[in-house]
Structure formats: structure tokens, C-alpha cells
Unconditional design. Structure first.
Length: 112
């Protein structure tokens, strides 16, 4: 996997378009399965090696570019997902919303 595979140029264009408007990049929570094959796959969408490499490359890119990121990838327990590995339960939505709200307010308070 390379940075070109992850379209960081598209993210860079978004940050550039924002200009002086603060942008917070959010890496959403993923379902982390338990049991058979959970040592090689986080879930049916993400092999561990690929997702771990993505997060590493994303962190490097954010550091190099000065992008602010809120990495929530593992904040929800598996029971906070619905029958889908990508949809949260109402309690999961509340938890993510709360964390996001705190992060937004923290960043907003740094702006004159």
C-alpha cells in the first residue's frame, strides 16, 4: 500500500480549499470483531495489516501536513454496532458525538 492508494492529495485539496477555516479530520470508529480470524482481520472489511498500515500512513501525513486529526478508530466496543460493521447503535452515536463535540469545542476555543 502506498500513499497514492489512499488519496491524500484529495484530503490536501480539501484542507487547502478551507483556507483559514479550521478543519478537523475524523477517523471514525470501526467494528473490531472477536473470535475466529480476529487475529488477522478487524472485521469483514479490514484486514489488520491494511488498516494498521492505513492508520500509520494517515498519522504520518497529518504530522507532515499539520492536519488536526481525531482518531476514534477503536473507541466503541463491538456491542455498539448494529448488524452492520459500519453502523453504530444509538448509544454508539451518542458516544462518538460526545467525543467529537469536545474536540470541536477544544479547537474552537483556540481561535481568536
Amino acid at each position: 500500500m502506498t500513499a497514492d492508494d489512499l488519496a491524500f492529495d484529495v484530503m490536501a485539496a480539501g484542507f487547502e480549499q478551507a483556507g483559514d477555516v479550521p478543519v478537523l479530520l475524523v477517523n471514525e470508529p470501526i467494528f473490531i470483531s472477536q473470535g475466529m480470524n480476529s487475529d488477522i482481520r478487524y472485521n469483514s472489511y479490514y484486514p489488520r495489516w491494511a488498516y494498521d498500515e492505513y492508520r500509520h500512513m494517515l498519522a504520518e501525513q497529518c504530522l507532515e501536513q499539520g492536519w488536526e486529526i481525531l482518531d476514534l478508530w477503536d473507541v466503541l466496543s463491538s456491542n455498539e454496532f448494529t448488524e452492520s460493521a459500519i453502523h453504530y447503535s444509538p448509544a454508539g452515536v451518542e458516544q462518538v458525538s460526545s467525543l467529537l463535540g469536545v474536540a470541536i469545542l477544544q479547537r474552537a476555543n483556540r481561535i481568536p
